[in-house]
Design a binder for this molecule. Structure first.
Ligand code: NAD
Ligand code: UDP
Length: 333
């Protein structure tokens, strides 16, 4: 029986595929490589290039493989882009989920672990954010993911497809041996952008806003290491295999770091000056996102190994230094 990983050539997906393979799972990957990299996929996993929204293609994969459960990463996830192009997000993310669940149901595959996000909560009323708190997204990306959670809920009610929604906070870092890491183009996430400045690829960091109601005026986020996150998916899969009901879990460290603090931590780790300037707020950004993540620890037995942002940044810097051009597989347009 195989685990099918949709979006397994992406940043988080490729680390999860790698951990699954290390733990002895039989793994198949579906990815259309729109933002992912073929070279990121562990060679022991079977790879199918195609789109989640293409039901004929997906049916072929489900016919060929004997799939026990699905882990679903295949989505767009750039907040500012979603503000400008909401329909692109509802089409790829939300419609992609409908397509996948239809094919899963037709093939009697009843377990799905899903990449959800802190962006489904929007601007929280209190910190830390609990799983039971209201979900009121402030951007179309978060809205598209919340819709996906709701679609899974009703598919559970109707078809008995059990799901675990993992609501990630801010994911960073790379496999400690530096063999896989984060490579997005254009890069939009804070940690890799800071490291691009450290590496001399960008002149400076622009911090988006210093007039928030936070300790130093800049946004506060909760960072989790990508390998710890990958392991949470495997625990969620086991949880479903044990016959538990559908549920949602936050994945974070329960500690918040401001954008200025992240910059300082990166200066410490890299020993580089990393020039930075203040810029205006970025549309759609909540002020502070910190997870209550005790539920994942208690119920799933999640035990993250990286609890310090310096360690997280160190692994990302190792990847950056050993792969200055990322996977170096850019397609010519
Ligand atoms: P990513 O862009 O690196 O990975 C997404 C992968 O899905 C890529 O390989 C892409 O090619 C593939 N894909 C996208 N649309 C597809 C489609 N229609 N058919 C087939 N493949 C498709 O992103 P990531 O940072 O690894 O994020 C993975 C998931 O985690 C996303 O769903 C995102 O919403 C969620 N998430 C990420 C973060 C973060 O900090 N990176 C935080 C919260 C949630
Ligand atoms: N950020 C920033 N400059 C950048 C990129 C990001 O100040 O060049 C900020 C962003 O406004 C947010 C934080 O860094 O406050 C984390 O942003 P990211 O896009 O990494 O993740 P998000 O929190 O949007 O999921």
């Amino acid at each position: 029986m195989a685990i099918l990983v949709l979006g397994g050539a992406g940043y988080i997906g490729s680390h999860t595929v790698d951990r699954l393979v290390q733990k002895g799972y039989d793994v198949a990957v579906v990815d259309n490589l729109v933002t992912g990299h073929r070279a990121a996929v562990n060679k022991k996993a079977r790879f199918y290039e195609g789109d989640v929204r293409d039901k004929a293609f997906l049916n072929q994969v489900f016919d060929k493989e004997t799939i026990e459960g699905v882990i679903h990463f295949a989505a767009f996830s750039v907040v500012p882009e979603s503000m400008a192009k909401p329909l692109k997000y509802f089409d790829n993310n939300t419609y992609g989920m409908i397509s996948l669940l239809e094919v899963m149901n037709a093939h009697h595959v009843k377990k799905i672990v899903f990449s959800s996000t802190a962006a489904t909560y929007g601007e929280p009323k209190h910190i830390p954010i609990k799983e039971t708190d209201p979900q009121v997204p402030t951007n179309p990306y978060g809205e598209s993911k919340l819709a996906m959670e709701k679609i899974m809920h009703w598919s559970d009610v109707a078809y008995g497809i059990k799901f675990v929604a993992l609501r990630y906070f801010n994911v960073a870092g790379a496999k400690p041996d530096g063999s896989i890491g984060e490579d997005h183009s254009p890069e939009t996430h804070l940690v890799p952008i800071i490291l691009q400045v450290a590496a001399g690829e960008r002149d400076q960091l622009t911090i988006f806003g210093d007039d928030y109601d936070t300790k130093d005026g800049t946004n506060v986020r909760d960072y989790v290491h990508v390998v710890d996150l990958a392991d949470a998916h495997i625990l969620a899969l086991k949880y479903l295999q044990e016959g538990h009901d559908s549920d949602a879990f936050n994945l974070g460290s329960s500690t918040g770091f401001s954008n200025k603090e992240m910059l300082e931590a990166a200066r410490d780790v890299t020993g580089k000056p990393i020039p930075a300037k203040m810029g205006p707020r970025r549309a759609g950004d909540p002020s502070t996102l910190i997870a209550a993540s005790d539920k994942a620890r208690r119920v799933l037995g999640w035990d993250p190994q990286f609890d310090d942002v310096h360690e997280i940044i160190k692994t990302a810097w190792n990847w950056k230094q050993t792969h200055p051009k990322g996977y170096d597989d850019r397609k010519e347009n």
